[in-house]
Design a protein around this ligand. Sequence first.
Ligand SMILES: [Zn+2]
Length: 114
Amino acid sequence: MLSTLDSTVFVSTIACRKCGVIGLPVIATGVGPHKFKGSCGSCGKFAIWISDRSPQEKAARSEASRTAAMASKPPSRPQLDYLRALGDEQTPPATMLEAAERISALVAGKAVNQ
Ligand SMILES: [Zn+2]
């Protein structure tokens, strides 16, 4: 039970899909990649998987994954069209990330110039 958990967990109230009770989940050790599991405090039905990462850690990991994915893909057609519409005359960007950064810089520059 909780006495065996040595991590801080971040939970919010849940609405049980079985009995409809709204409340904090009962936390227990998770299974596989899931650190903890939360069950309904009323009927005991499984409700959610719970991470031991803080919301800030989760956001940072998500952003890092997003950046890595964008760096591995070619720019999208809409990005290339938007760059052209913004007046970009450089060689086309090699990646989606480079296109996004270039678009951000051009948009920021336009905002400053207006
Ligand atoms: Zn329940």
